[in-house]
Design a protein around this ligand. Sequence first.
Ligand code: ZN
Length: 334
Amino acid sequence: MTCPSCDHTQASLWTRCHDRLRNVSLSNHAYYTCQKCKLVYLHPLTTNKHYAEFYDSAYISHQSPIYNQTISSKASVAALWRTQIWQYILDVPMGLPRRISVINKVWLFCLSKTRLFRHTPLKAYGCGHRILDVGCGAGSFLFLLKSLGWKTSGLEPSTAMVKNGYKFDLHIKQGINIADHWEQPTFDAVVLNQVFEHLEDPDTTLKEIYNATKENGILVMNFPNIQSVAAQLFRSYWFNLDAPRHNLFPSKKTLTNLLKQTGWEPHLIYTASSTKGWTGSIEYILRDAIDLPIKQGSVRSCRWLNLAFIPIVRVLDWTHLGDNLYVIAKKTSL
Ligand SMILES: [Zn+2]
């Protein structure tokens, strides 16, 4: 076998498991750790050929986006604060001049920790900047960004999802390769929201994003954290493993090296996780290991159980051991 990132051929088994989420693949899938770069990868990789087989209309990013009053009202709240928030969220981490007062920074910091802003710093940025959402699914995130003033573009392999975007006046191109549509520096920011783990060739994708991003542009990614307590504890029962749809799980070090090799300087790495990583994993154990007759989603959607896990997930996120890793990187001059 060959590592999809560094081409090294030696690897050790991380875990084996079947498709516990959708049950559309009946095979047993194996994940290996590359002995050289420590990337955990699925072997054999899931490729474009499997797309129709493994990603059905019930797949989470293909479900109808929430184009309703809830988002509009959240967006209007956000709009009130967007100018100051984008200065805070982007200026401070990016080391740009600080143009707002200390009191405002404290207030905006508190605001950024609220449900609305916590998971997505980009929600607050906008003001005419151009953004590309790679693997945008039904386009919910693009819709929200657009309402915050971004000039948005999306890239998505599913024909149905691209058509869906047209209904809401979203500019979504169909495909997988960024270079097929954007070769010149076009975007101020590129986002990969739960997409990196699906890639087949991460180096090429990061290079293509580099070429499509303007000088000083930023890359924002989030994906399952293989070094999290939940991943290490639950292994084949880890909800975010999601075999066979998830191909790659880089450690922080693997990702940092990969970003540097492709022209990106990692700027901020942290975890912001959902309780579903825990409740979903517990559901798999109860159903598949203990063999209880549990309905799909019943445990991971249990409100009280999810509430009970909030303190654990918060503590893990403070220590960067949560199971959803965020990475903000800045384009460097090669
Ligand atoms: Zn490797």
